[in-house]
Write a protein that binds this ligand. Structure first.
Ligand code: SAM
Length: 265
């Protein structure tokens, strides 16, 4: 591939490499791996986080989709296994926490595919203890948002059903080479032992997606059109859950979404 082709590919793969060792350390410090832990790193790139993870002493499995980068990293650290793999489709459940240790996930994610990667990680959450993920700042804000604002949406609700989520660090474009055109932030996710509320998860997901698909509409109307119910049925379900059917999705807490989805069976 010529250098032009390389540039296009690097952009498509979100290849902005961290140049700030202090930030790499701060990201790894969020999950504080010990030699007893197993860390999965997503998109190691040129190894800014990988080196810091290796220094902490535990085993690291690094998933890198770019063959040339994966090959360059291989063999640099004895405790790091570099796999050429797509982090969206990789089977995380094939790994387990080591006896007496935790399974941690760390990564400076490629921003164009950060959402599908997050969805895959949430589906594999049962084996994962904590995650520290660098994302585009807007996405990080949506993940960590509470009800009541414009950024609160299905990504917030579905992440926080399974995790405590907070924005731990904001990172300026100048910390990367080449600098991305957007601001970045690191979210720290602690996976809950059980979901925040007991709920039929498939139905909960469907209700949340329908409610936010038309987030400017009144709840009852959004649910009716998204789920194929009559508006009257959706309204009665909301009232039975103690929720005013004229509210908008962005005002509902996770507990209220669970109550609503129980009434919508
Ligand atoms: N961790 C490095 C750092 O902080 O300097 C690189 C981060 S860079 C933002 C994202 C990395 O993810 C790139 O190395 C890219 O090749 C890789 N990547 C892109 N898509 C991927 C995918 N679907 N699965 C695994 N890695 C991917």
């Amino acid at each position: 591939m010529g250098s032009h082709g390389h540039r296009i590919r690097r952009r498509a793969l979100g290849q902005h490499f961290l140049r700030d060792a202090g930030i790499a350390r701060a990201i790894v410090d969020l999950v504080a791996p010990t030699p007893a832990d197993l860390v999965v790193e997503i998109g190691p790139g040129e190894g800014a986080l990988t080196g810091e993870l290796a220094r902490r002493g535990g085993r690291v499995v690094a998933l890198e989709v770019d063959r040339a980068l994966a090959e360059r990293l291989r063999g640099r650290w004895a405790s790091v296994e570099v796999l050429e793999a797509d982090a969206r489709a990789w089977d995380y459940s094939a790994l387990a926490a080591p006896p007496g240790g935790r399974l941690l996930v760390v990564g400076n994610l490629p921003y164009s595919v950060s959402k599908p990667i997050l969805v895959t990680l949430l589906a594999a959450r049962r084996t994962i203890a904590e995650m520290a993920l660098m994302l585009q700042r807007e996405v990080a804000e949506r993940i960590a948002a509470g009800p009541g604002g414009k950024v609160y949406g299905s990504l917030s609700v579905l992440t926080q059903l399974y995790c405590d989520a907070r924005i731990a660090l904001r990172v300026p474009p100048g910390a990367f080479r080449p600098p991305p055109s957007v601001e970045s932030a690191v979210v720290h996710l602690r996976v809950l032992r059980t979901p925040r509320v007991a709920t039929d998860e498939a139905r909960f997901h469907a209700v949340v997606h329908a409610a936010f698909a038309q987030r400017r509409k009144m709840l009852a109307n959004a649910l009716a059109s998204g789920l194929g119910f009559s508006v009257d049925h959706a309204r009665r379900a909301a009232v039975a859950a103690g929720i005013d059917p004229s509210r908008r999705a962005e005002t509902l807490s996770i507990v209220e979404f669970a109550g609503l989805s129980a009434q919508l069976s």
